[in-house]
Design a protein around this ligand. Structure first.
Ligand SMILES: [Zn+2]
Length: 605
């Protein structure tokens, strides 16, 4: 049976071989044969040569490879990207006539590309010259942003302008500098998704996107590269022949002489100079580091560029590192890497070092009040229970999660049990539940649990916590004792949590973790940091996928704030010895209240 199947497969394969059309010219083959570089856009005008920068070959040939559906190029400047795009357009005009859409970040850049790149290429490349009529000739029907040729057209659009992105069907979509695209084309949604939709009718559709990356976490090209097969160009050391990825760490230079920089082979220590580069590039090969279904991803940086020396890169680095802004630009444009600004977030190792001598679910001495913070996911609730003392000192009492669909009652019943837990004589006084994801379920839970408040995190607010009413009648009248929503400045409380991690343990306000806390918790609590985007906007960025512990901590801290923990003063050593002075009523007030009720009163919330 097995043999028959095998035989059948062989026959099938042989038949397919016969039926397969003769190999088509590849994009690089076409470019070497027909493409001419224009004097106004190329340092070396005239005949195109792929072997001038051999890493370009596989990128272009992936475009003409029928098994590849999408090509993603995350790149530095100066690697020849613009001409690669030109070659793809030329190939499809001349050899595989198709409707082509070129998307530039803006309409203005679309016009510039048409004038400064496309027009000279058509003018100087004889194979293309006869195929597209000059827009200035009367009957051409061609405009700056739309050019027809036998069997197809090139439409050039701006990612900021939905009109160009959503009309005719397109087979070849080319997306240039995608990290500069707006999040949405007008009100129409993501520009790349719009373009992708237009090509769905073609079984042989193709999408090529490339960009210099920007900020980690918000970079389109990095997200696309992450989803690809992630190829890197491996080149042999001219001394020991070890194949390697060229990395910035290995560029060295004598003190104060960046112009004299060289590349040090990490394997043999051999000195690699600019003159070795051509040999290395010509022997290089792309290696995929991940499995992917039809998405070819290429990463290339300036160290590979035949047009840039190691000394140029080192000198531009020395210039750029004077300020974070210029350093970011350098990292993006020279290394082709995203900029990670972790702010001053501690490492998870640092968090693990903070484990103290108590166990989860124990409430150590010094605790005044317990709060909880709950993060609501689709399929689970994640929570922390925190114990608070004077000066916002805190102890993590419990970190846990309960699995179960949060639109069903089961997990909520279990949460009610957690909130009712007796922690060695202490009970949770207030819990904030994130309502950002499943508001209705959270409101319903909070209506039945007086110590739970629905809350919503915001990037920033004018005050750390603010209340609004949710339950109003149809006439807009507030319902007495109805649900109140607490708005929380998440950034403020995440910053508070992070600032306490490095707090000296013996000082008031210290942050404590139980001895048995998991590494998972430690990673999650520092999974985000405050970063400044190129626009100057400050945002909290996630570095790890899971950040729920940090969200929970922020809500638990906000709950402590609502209870007034931050306004408490340290108790006097012996209350009977207290001499009540004028101007010192707060201490007495808190002390008295604490003694009278034995705990905090949360009834007013
Ligand atoms: Zn070597």
């Amino acid at each position: 049976m097995m043999d028959l199947t095998l035989a059948h497969a062989r026959v099938r394969s042989a038949v397919l071989d016969v039926m397969r059309p003769p190999p088509l010219l590849t994009v690089s083959g076409w470019a070497d044969e027909y493409r001419r570089l224009s004097p106004e856009s190329a340092a070396e005008p005239g005949r195109w040569r792929t072997d001038r920068a051999p890493y370009q070959k596989a990128i272009m040939d992936a475009v003409s490879d029928p098994t590849v559906r999408e090509i993603v190029v995350m790149k530095s400047a100066q690697v020849g990207w613009t001409e690669i795009l030109g070659n793809c357009v030329g190939y499809y005009i001349d050899r595989d006539a198709s409707p082509i859409l070129m998307i530039q970040p803006t309409l203005e850049m679309a016009e510039t590309w048409s004038k400064d790149r496309l027009a000279p290429m058509i003018r100087d490349t004889p194979a293309l010259r006869g195929k597209i009529q000059d827009a200035r000739s009367r009957d051409s029907g061609n405009t700056l942003l739309h050019k027809t040729f036998p069997g197809g057209h090139v439409t050039i659009a701006g990612a900021n302008s939905p009109s160009g992105l959503a009309s005719r069907p397109i087979r070849i979509v080319l997306c240039d500098e995608v990290d500069r695209y707006p999040a949405s084309a007008g009100t129409e949604g993501d520009p790349i998704s719009l373009a992708r939709k237009r090509s769905t009718t073609f079984w042989n559709r193709k999408l090529l996107m490339g960009s210099t990356p920007t900020v980690k976490g918000s970079s389109r090209i990095e997200a696309a590269f992450d989803a690809s097969d992630q190829r890197y160009y491996m080149v042999p050391c001219p001394h020991c022949e070890t194949f390697q990825r060229m990395r910035w760490d290995n560029v060295k230079w004598p003190q104060d002489e960046p112009r004299a920089a060289y590349y040090a082979c990490p394997e043999c220590g051999g000195v690699i100079e600019d003159r070795h580069k051509m040999f290395m590039l010509s022997q290089g090969r792309w290696e995929a580091t991940k499995q992917s279904d039809g998405v070819a991803g290429f990463h290339i940086n300036e160290l590979y560029s035949p047009w840039v020396g190691f000394g140029d890169t080192a000198a531009s680095f020395v210039d750029a590192k004077r300020s974070p802004e210029t350093l970011q630009t350098w990292v993006n444009t020279a290394l082709g890497e995203t900029w990670v600004e972790r702010g001053d977030v501690p490492t998870h190792d640092r968090v693990m070092q903070m484990r103290a001598e108590y166990c989860s679910r124990e409430v150590p001495d010094g605790s005044v009040v317990l709060t909880a913070g709950i993060d609501v996911q689709k399929d689970r609730l994640v929570y922390v229970v925190k114990s608070w003392g004077y000066g916002m000192a805190s102890w993590l009492v419990e970190f846990g999660q309960m699995w179960g669909e949060t639109d069903k009652p089961d997990v909520w019943e279990r949460l009610a049990d957690v909130l009712g837990t007796d922690y060695g004589g202490h009970q949770i006084r207030l819990a904030l539940v994130d309502s950002g994801f499943r508001a209705d379920a959270v409101y319903a839970f909070c209506r039945g649990n007086p110590l739970a408040l629905p809350s919503k995190g915001h990037e920033s607010l004018t005050q750390p916590v603010r209340m609004s009413r949710v339950d109003v009648t149809v006439r807009g009248v507030q319902i007495k004792n109805g649900v109140k929503l607490w708005h929380v400045d998440s950034g403020y409380f995440k910053q508070l949590v992070h600032s306490r991690i490095d707090w000296p343990q013996d000082q008031p306000g210290a942050w404590h973790l139980p001895s048995d806390i998991s590494e998972d918790y430690a990673r999650q609590v520092v999974a985000e940091s405050k970063i400044t985007l190129p626009s100057g906007k400050v945002v909290w960025k996630r570095h790890d996928r899971e950040n729920h512990a940090l969200d929970c901590e922020a809500y638990a801290a906000a709950a402590a704030r609502i209870l007034g923990v931050d306004r408490m003063r340290a108790p006097r050593p012996a209350p009977e010895a207290v001499e009540v002075k004028e101007g010192d009523p707060v201490v007495v007030h808190h002390e008295q209240r604490r003694r009278r009720r034995g705990t905090f009163n949360t009834a007013r919330w």
